[in-house]
Design a binder for this molecule. Structure first.
Ligand code: SF4
Length: 293
């Protein structure tokens, strides 16, 4: 890593890293201007019209090699995260929730949120779903995916032969963006460390990113849904690397956000293909239909 000669810049960087350490982030990524990932699709057929989910184009971010900051002892030895001292995942998640507190770290705290929507489900889940952020229903009830999109997600989970209580569900940002707008880059960057810590505690076998925002934030790549879907990515949350030899990270798949499927039900078949890929990985079989028994 090149030395940073400017002392002001070094001091600012030190402060910034200390801030991220407090949030539980210990690994850092280098942002680049242009990223053109070329994922290998399992279903090679290119999607025809209608054009699939297209929301924001977030500023590109690249999952470059994790770079430990070691320059000239400029940075303190990093203390273990609080949840690593916990005896079980329930206690660990509670510690993360306590760290989050009545969070005011990003501007979403003052843009009309009623409450923080932390996450819900089985703390030992093999399967985790990650969306982009709470909507109005979720903001009112304090639980992710409880509105119409949540009903559809429940149906998707049921079709996989499991129950909502079996999985864990969370979002990239934990406060509702006003008017259900897409969470902005700085909001995602500020809030997602807590999601990473949740994932590191739950240690799922598979994560399903629901929609482009979740996918781009988790994978730190900027690509259209047509390229993101149809394959697994190896995923290890930032800061969790090497913390548990028994967990080598999760497989991450990308599918459409249920809210998008409500707007364009023609894409449900494509989403079902994604879920079948996940089911195969987890050894799940869809429940037998009554008329087949
Ligand atoms: S979205 Fe996340 S970082 Fe922003 S205020 Fe809410 S909890 Fe804090």
């Amino acid at each position: 890593m090149a030395l940073i000669q400017n002392p002001d810049l070094r001091r600012a960087l030190t402060e910034r890293i200390r801030y991220y350490n407090e949030l539980g982030i210990y690994d850092f990524y280098q942002r680049e201007l242009q990223v053109s990932p070329s994922p290998v699709r399992e279903d090679a057929a290119a999607p025809s019209s209608p054009q699939p989910e297209q929301r924001e184009e977030m500023s590109p971010r690249k999952s470059a090699t994790v770079a430990a900051i070691t320059e000239e002892n400029n940075f303190e030895v990093l203390a273990p995260k609080r949840e690593q001292q916990a005896t079980d995942p329930v206690a660990a998640l509670k510690l993360i929730r306590e760290d989050l507190g009545d969070c005011t770290r990003c501007k979403l705290h003052k843009l009309g949120r009623k409450q923080i929507v932390f996450g819900v489900g089985n703390p030992c889940a093999e399967l985790m779903f990650v969306g982009e952020g709470p909507g109005a229903d979720e903001d009112a009830q304090g639980e992710p995916f409880v509105g119409r999109a949540g009903q559809l997600l429940n149906n998707m989970i049921k079709a996989m032969g499991i129950r909502r209580e079996d999985v864990y569900i969370a979002n990239v940002v934990k406060c509702r963006p006003p008017g259900n707008r897409t969470p902005e880059r700085d909001e995602c960057d500020t809030c997602s460390p807590f999601l990473m810590r949740q994932i590191a505690v739950i240690k799922p076998k598979v994560i399903v990113a629901l929609g482009a925002v979740a996918a781009k934030n988790l994978l730190a790549i900027n690509a259209p849904m047509s390229e993101l879907r149809g394959r697994f990515y190896d995923f290890m949350p930032a800061g969790a690397r090497g913390s548990d030899a028994s967990w080598q990270g999760a497989k991450l798949a990308v599918t459409y956000h249920p809210a998008f499927l409500l707007r364009d039900p023609r894409q449900k078949g494509e989403a079902w293909k994604d879920l079948q890929m996940v089911m195969k990985c987890l050894g799940l079989k869809p429940p037998a239909r009554a008329d087949q028994s």
